[in-house]
Every structure is written in structure tokens, then in C-alpha cells.
Design a protein around this ligand. Structure first.
Ligand SMILES: *[C@@H]1O[C@H](CO)[C@@H](O)[C@H](O)[C@H]1NC(C)=O
Ligand SMILES: *[C@@H]1O[C@H](CO)[C@@H](O)[C@H](O)[C@H]1NC(C)=O
Ligand SMILES: CC(=O)N[C@H]1CO[C@H](CO)[C@@H](O)[C@@H]1O
Ligand SMILES: [Cu+2]
Length: 677
């Protein structure tokens, strides 16, 4: 295969993005580009190609395009890049495409120069000559029944900075302008009945200049050096986006919306390359805020569907975002005007020591084995206005995959006046600063391919035997077991978390039984941070974020069913609810022993506290996808042991023991205070 041909899963290159844009411009003139992204190959064609790329036609490269043309008309198109030709071009009514960073950037200037906003600032206590100190975080409007979906709107959350280096989130303003992003003007301002003037407290800052002023950084941290003297243990192959590491092999994709996407995840089980997941990504998230006062109900960001984890992704820096021996991949995305934006180092890939992989000591003679674990981390970090999300996909040697999201950045804040009660809907995190309660709910999309495409999802609960104490079946009353509920239809698949039964879900292939246990080969979802959606049934968020109503939904696989809150998320009313609810349909479709997609919503409910301010120490949220009945024994016994000595070797005074302990490890404190053995 010539190297210059992209892998069919590769994101569009800058040349391909330029080509798609040029073709659209030639046909439709100047338009605003909201999406120019790979339309992933149709699965039937792609699996045939993956199985036999020599004798199967290579899937064409197709760009999915969404534009806004003159008059705010929205079009969706497909550009076949091999033609090249436009193969689809349709107008979409009543939908607003994803917001661009250019649209976000325009709002602040618009606010600073609008007379009505200047007047509101004056009322808040900011003179007209200080408008350059007024800032806004431009959010999509969410949905506002007064304006509907036809006019493209953003809400400007307003702040003030006494000095340019101040953290604006400690100086929130109480009003909220609404911006029409097509006409580029403020069309309304939401002004609360009770006014809360700007509170000019002494700034609380987290950057180095501020810390130096307060006596400087702590001085008792010694360096930790991470070195890989012989290089890394992974290798990139093909077009540079397929990774091989510790029996894993998969393709690393990236798009404007989900950010990282993993395709064709396989595990080499002693020479047998076994498929596990066809595709896996974070497909949506929602952050509903819990303050009932108008217009805070509008604060419920869909960070992926409205803004894009790709569009918002950071360019990562060596030695801080990632430490050690790092491999980077860049990302290319369109600009709204039809150019190409490169995010250098959008994805970082590296290994870390991961503590003990397994250990056992025989208490009789202290014969022992200790093997250390290594993990592979593929990371992106995106900034959604005040918040950052560091999304790490961790691959373990034992076949476990661990999505791990670290939440950091800054709380969204609102002003409170002297003596105001938060009514429990928020917390005063600094004097006059109210951080509202909110949830972060992420939707993981998994298309399993556990030893083949026909898979079934089961819900598994740890329960006691039904038989009473003293009965013949459970005389001593101690019996318990894993109760499996086969999720046969889309309706049955809608299931919730239950910590009391250690509920988990497994994706299994009933057609392939484990030779030892006789159970279907499976991957189990161990996820313990699964709060229910707190906005009530019938609420705006409940209607718009249908994926968050349950911990698990299962649908039958269909090409293009990728976005559970709908293709175009900004300004949806949820009536009708798009995406997942449409695919669930009347609930009767069978999802047993077929090609399925599992949607798992997990996350946290965040009640802010002063420790989260002015910047939050990272809070991790994690879950595990673990092989169960997939291997016939522990799959990592061939990972080199650090130290291993058998009973006979102990008896022979250590002769023949394996000593591969890390020679760079040393006694701390110069060996002082060591206890004598
Ligand atoms: C560890 O890294 C620091 C730089 O961070 C360097 O100055 C030092 O020489 C390194 N030490 C070793 C033992 O490699
Ligand atoms: C999967 O199941 C379908 C029937 O639902 C069957 O036609 C197909 O051959 C199966 N595929 C495999 C690889 O077993
Ligand atoms: C559908 C699928 O997963 N196909 C392929 C993925 O990649 C491996 C090679 O790593 C192929 O052997 C699979 O057939
Ligand atoms: Cu939070």
C-alpha cells in the first residue's frame, strides 16, 4: 500500500479539507463552514476492506459538510473527494449547526460596543470608559422558548476584570445579553428583577505572578525524572495513526466533535488477533445547572454537540500536559471562512508505570513473584469556556480499557449580593461569588465487536438467593450470585445504575464460549459514577438530553447514528427529541445477538466548594471496560516479572531466582531510618 494513501479511518488531511471546501465554494459560492469532516466509511464496506484489503475496493474518502449560507440557510452536504463531486446537498430547516470558534470570538466585542450593554454595565457599577475590562463567555443559548430555533443565538455570560491578569470568574455581572450571530448584534438583554451590583473584592489568583507576590511557590518538591532509555514500547504503523502496544492494535481517529475516536480495536491473544471494539468514543455530554431562576435554566452546555471536543481541543506541551517520552498527533479542522486550522500536538501518546500488575508471596517460605504494570495513555484536553476536560484513554496490558476524564479549570459563577441566600442551588465560593450546582454527564458510545459483530448486552446484579434462610436451597442463608438480565429489545435496554447491587453491564458474544468457564466471551462495563439526570422528567434538559435519562441504552448498529442528542444540537427544543430517542423508536427492535451500539452515560454531580476556587484541582472520573471470560487464563503472566523466586530456589539459597528489579530505584533519605530485617 503506497504510504500517501490515507487509511480510510484517518481524519481528513489539510489537503482534503481544502479540496472539499474548494468544491463547495465553486458550486455554492461563499458560505460559512461549520463542519468539514470525514464521513466514516460505511461499515459493511469497511469491514470487508479490513478483512481483505488486497481484494476489496478501498472505501472512498468522503467529506461531510455543514454550512450556513446567505440568509442563515443551513445546508448539509457530502463531497466525494475521489470524484471529486458533491453527492448530496440538502437544506435543513429549523436546525442550528455546531458553533464555531469564530462565532464565539465575535460576541465579546459586540457586547463591549453595544449601547444597551454599556448601560447595563453602568448600572452594575462599571463606567463606560472601562468597557475594555468587561468580558463575556459566549455560550449557545441552549434553548429559549421566546426565540425558538430559527434565529441563531448565543447568550453572553458577563464578567469584569479590574486588571487584565485577574480571574474574571470572581467578578460576575448579573445580566445576560443575547447575541444574534448572523446579524452580529445584541437583540435582547435578560435583566434580573433583583439587581446585584459588581462586587470588587481583592482578587484571588492562581497564576505565578500572584503566587510570587504572596511569598512564592512551595520549595519542598524534588524533581521526578521519567526516562525511557531504550525508547517507548509502542509503535505507530500504516499512515501513522495505527498503534501497536502490548498486544493491542487500533486506529486513532479524531474529529471536530468527539475529539478522539478509536476504531478496530483488536488484541493479539497468543497469535490470534481478536476484534474487541469496532468503534469507541465519547459521543456527547451535557452539563445541566441546577439554579431555577431565569435565565439560568439555559445553562446546560452540550460541550460536544454544541461546541465540539475537537474544535475546543488544546495544543499540548511537552513536559507538562504530558511528561516522559511523548508522541504527538496534530489535528486539522476547517475555519468558518473556509481555511484550515492546524492544532499542533492535539493528541499525546505515552506510557506510564502503573504500579503492581500482580504479586504473590507464599507465607511459608517467602517465595514470591512481583510483576509491574505499564499503561498506555492517549490524551486530549479541551477547554469549554471556563472548564477544562482532560480526556485520557488508558489501555492496560491485561485487556482493560479505562476512559479517564479529569475535570479542571474554573467554575461557572454568578454574582450574589450581600447576605443573599443561595437557597441550596449553589455555593458561595468566594465573597459575592455563587457557583451553581451542576452535573457533568458524558455519553460513551461503544460499538462492540467481541470476537465478531453479533453481540448481546446483559445487565448484571449481585443479589442474594431468593430462597429463605432454612430452606433446602439456602439453608444457611449465605447464597448469592450474579443475576443476569438479557437486554433483548431497545426498550428493555434502558437501564439505570444501582450501587446496592454493584450493577454492571456486559457486552458478550453468545456464539463464542470461553473454553474454561463455558460462558460467552465478554467485556464488562464497571462504572460506579453514574448519577441520574437531576433535571426532572418533562424539563428542557430532560427533553434535549435524552441520552442522559438512563445509564445504558442499546440500539442496533446503523451507519450515521453517531450523535445521541441529534446531528445539530444548538437550540433544539427536545420536541421532538432527536437522536437516541428516534433510534430507540417504539422499543420493540431486537438488540440481542446482533450488531449493537451501547450508549453509557456516566459522570458526576458537582456541588461547588471553596476548594474549587479560583481554579479546580483536577477531579477524576473513570470507568473500566474489562475482559471477562474473554481469555482462558490471566493474559499477562508473560509480562516480565521484576522479581520471581520459587520455593525450590528459596531452598537453594536463591540460586536461579529472577532478579529484574529496577536498578535505578534507590533508598530514599540516604538509607537512614531503615528497619533491620
Ligand atoms: C532530572 O531532570 C532534571 C531536569 O528536570 C535534570 O536537571 C537532572 O539532571 C535529571 N537527573 C537525572 C538523574 O537524570
Ligand atoms: C450475525 O447475525 C446475522 C443475523 O442477525 C447473520 O446474518 C450474520 O451472519 C451474523 N454474523 C456473524 C459474523 O456471525
Ligand atoms: C472489523 C475488524 O475489526 N477488522 C480488522 C481489524 O484489524 C485487524 C488487524 O489488526 C484485522 O485482522 C481485523 O479483521
Ligand atoms: Cu463541575
Amino acid at each position: 500500500m503506497p504510504v500517501y494513501l490515507p487509511h480510510p479511518f484517518d481524519p481528513l488531511s489539510s489537503v482534503e479539507i481544502e479540496l472539499a471546501i474548494a468544491i463547495v465554494k465553486r458550486a455554492h459560492g461563499d458560505v460559512n463552514f461549520h463542519v468539514v469532516s470525514l464521513q466514516e466509511p460505511r461499515k459493511a464496506q469497511m469491514t470487508a476492506w479490513l478483512a481483505d484489503s488486497q481484494n476489496t475496493p478501498r472505501p472512498d474518502r468522503v467529506a461531510e459538510v455543514v454550512v450556513i449560507a446567505a440568509g442563515g440557510k443551513v445546508y448539509e452536504g457530502l463531497v466525494d473527494l475521489s470524484g471529486p463531486k458533491i453527492t448530496k446537498w440538502t437544506q435543513v430547516h429549523g436546525a442550528q449547526p455546531i458553533i464555531t470558534i469564530e462565532e464565539l470570538a465575535a460576541v465579546e466585542h459586540g457586547c463591549r460596543t453595544d449601547p444597551a450593554v454599556i448601560e447595563q454595565c453602568r448600572i452594575s457599577g462599571i463606567p463606560a470608559d472601562e468597557m475594555h475590562k468587561v468580558y463575556c463567555d459566549p455560550w449557545t443559548i441552549g434553548y429559549d422558548e421566546r426565540f425558538g430555533s430559527n434565529v441563531r443565538l448565543q447568550q453572553a455570560l458577563m464578567y469584569y476584570r479590574p486588571e487584565i491578569d485577574n480571574c474574571q470568574y470572581q467578578y460576575p455581572l448579573d445580566f445576560c445579553p443575547i447575541w444574534n450571530s448572523v446579524e452580529k448584534k445584541i437583540i435582547a438583554i435578560d435583566i434580573p428583577k433583583i439587581r446585584r451590583p459588581l462586587i470588587k473584592n481583592d482578587p484571588l489568583e492562581y497564576h505565578h505572578l500572584a503566587i510570587e507576590k504572596q511569598g512564592g511557590y512551595r520549595k519542598d518538591l524534588k524533581p521526578i525524572n521519567i526516562t525511557q532509555p531504550e525508547g517507548v514500547s509502542f509503535k505507530m504503523s500504516g499512515t501513522g495513526r495505527e498503534i501497536e502496544w502490548q498486544n493491542w492494535k487500533f486506529h486513532i481517529g479524531f474529529n471536530y466533535r468527539e475529539g478522539l475516536v478509536f476504531n478496530n480495536i483488536t488484541f493479539n491473544d497468543k497469535g490470534n488477533v481478536r476484534p474487541i471494539f469496532y468503534r469507541m468514543s465519547l459521543s456527547e455530554m451535557v452539563v445541566p445547572y441546577g439554579n431555577p431562576e431565569h435565565p439560568h435554566q439555559r445553562k446546560h452546555a452540550f460541550d460536544l454537540g454544541e461546541y465540539g471536543a475537537g474544535y475546543l481541543t488544546n495544543s499540548l506541551a511537552l513536559g507538562c500536559d504530558c511528561k516522559g517520552s511523548i508522541h504527538y498527533l496534530d489535528a486539522f479542522m476547517p475555519t468558518q471562512a473556509g481555511g484550515v486550522r492546524k492544532v499542533k500536538n492535539a493528541i499525546c501518546i505515552h506510557e506510564e508505570d502503573d504500579g503492581i500488575l500482580f504479586k504473590h508471596t507464599d507465607f511459608r517460605d517467602e517465595s514470591t513473584i512481583v510483576t509491574r504494570a505499564r499503561k498506555l495513555i492517549i490524551q486530549q484536553i479541551f477547554t469549554a469556556a471556563n472548564y477544562e476536560y482532560a480526556v485520557q484513554w488508558v489501555f492496560h496490558q491485561d485487556g482493560t480499557i479505562q476512559p479517564d476524564i479529569k475535570l479542571t479549570g474554573i467554575l461557572n459563577t454568578y454574582v450574589m449580593h450581600e447576605g443573599e441566600d443561595t437557597n441550596g442551588w449553589g455555593t458561595q465560593v468566594a465573597k459575592g461569588v455563587n457557583a451553581h450546582n451542576h452535573q457533568h454527564l458524558f455519553c460513551l458510545r461503544i460499538n462492540p465487536n467481541i470476537d465478531g459483530p453479533n453481540n448481546t448486552v446483559n445487565m448484571v446484579d449481585a443479589v442474594a438467593s431468593d430462597a429463605p434462610v432454612g430452606s433446602p436451597e439456602n439453608f444457611y442463608g449465605n447464597a448469592f450470585y450474579a443475576k443476569r438480565t438479557r437486554l433483548e429489545t431497545t426498550a428493555q435496554s434502558m437501564t439505570d445504575y444501582n450501587g446496592a447491587t454493584s450493577r454492571s453491564w456486559d457486552m458478550c458474544n453468545e456464539n463464542k464460549l470461553n473454553a474454561v468457564s463455558g460462558k460467552p466471551v465478554s467485556y464488562k462495563i464497571v462504572s460506579r459514577e453514574v448519577p441520574g439526570l437531576l433535571p426532572k422528567e418533562g424539563s428542557l434538559v430532560w427533553k434535549r438530553a435524552a441520552f442522559a435519562r438512563h445509564a445504558v441504552h442499546v440500539t442496533k448498529y446503523a451507519d450515521d447514528q453517531l450523535w445521541p442528542a441529534g446531528d445539530h444540537v444548538p437550540q433544539t427544543s427536545g420536541e421532538p427529541s432527536h437522536g437516541l430517542t428516534e433510534w430507540i423508536g417504539d422499543g420493540t427492535e431486537s438488540v440481542a445477538n446482533t450488531d449493537v451500539v451501547l450508549w453509557h452515560t456516566f459522570g458526576i454531580t458537582h456541588f461547588p466548594a471553596p476548594e474549587d476556587f479560583p481554579v479546580m484541582p483536577a477531579e477524576p472520573i473513570t470507568l473500566l471496560l474489562r475482559p471477562r471470560h474473554f481469555f482462558t487464563c490471566n493474559p499477562v503472566m508473560d509480562v516480565p516479572a521484576s522479581y520471581s523466586i520459587t520455593p525450590s530456589q528459596v531452598a537453594a539459597k536463591g540460586l536461579g531466582a529472577r532478579d529484574a528489579t529496577d536498578k535505578a530505584s534507590e533508598l530514599a533519605l540516604g538509607g537512614c531510618c531503615k528497619t533491620k530485617l
